[in-house]
Design a protein around this ligand. Sequence first.
Ligand SMILES: Cc1ncc(COP(=O)(O)O)c(C=O)c1O
Length: 302
Amino acid sequence: MSLVKQLFMQPPSPEQTITSSWANLHNIQISIKRDDLLHPIISGNKWRKLKYALLEASENDVKHIISFGGGYSNHLHALGYCCRQLGIRFSAIVRGDYSQNLSPMLQDLLNWETDVQYVDRKTYQQRAEPQYLEILTTQYPEALLIPEGGSQQLALRGVAEIIQELTQQYDYILAPVASGGTLAGLIDGLAQSEIDTSSQILGIAVLKGHGYLEQLVGALLSDRHHRVDWKINHEYQFGGYAKYNNELSKFCAEFEQQNHITIEPVYSGKLFYALYQLTISGHFPSGSRVLALHTGGLQGAR
Ligand SMILES: Cc1ncc(COP(=O)(O)O)c(C=O)c1O
């Protein structure tokens, strides 16, 4: 049985055009790629980034996967669920000790029999360092290591499929950026696309990472990506990862009420707030067609 069927995934995700007074006023067409609807648990960019890693794991009969994330991580949540469904042992290395104060995400992981290992922040900082990874590989020689956020070379192929699914051409494609794999995958998709390379891929930073995020994305790209126009806007990170204020909360509530699309303040809220601000400030020329990628992540807001 294919992985898509085994996990009850429902690609392609819908592409929905919304009407709003602020977009109409500036003559901007706003569409949303609803990756949040791909699956109730493996939502959004998680499926896109994990698809080919999981396919490779099942082809190679991998029995154990290890990955990394915070106490509310959407990535650990989706991967933990996938491993449970596929009968693969999963070890989650979690930043900080939540043992006395489980988040709903961690409670789910424990219900799915994940081996949860809490590490201090200093240890967690080494999550991508070869020496630390070598220690894990020696300890668990059979295990497959998947980096934080699932952002690795293999992730690009799955994310690139978003571009292949699009039913029309866009002038701008917007997505939130944290570990960089999603943006890199969109750039990859555009680089491969025969019809449309004129769109600009515009990442919206959800954390303080001027220069750092560009480096993360750049490290996943190669020469063939040079012709794609991409950049990251850092103006809407609200002071850092998972930080937000009343204005953003209010915006999320109003957006949801007007469009019947749920968003949360960590990723999609910052994305749509940026889209709103950029639209009303005249950043997009009149007549532009703008696509925003809803990357899901609603479990984190429970
Ligand atoms: C819901 C959601 N949206 C967007 C992102 C950002 O994607 P990336 O880490 O690939 O930059 C993440 C992951 O960090 C996420 O969980």
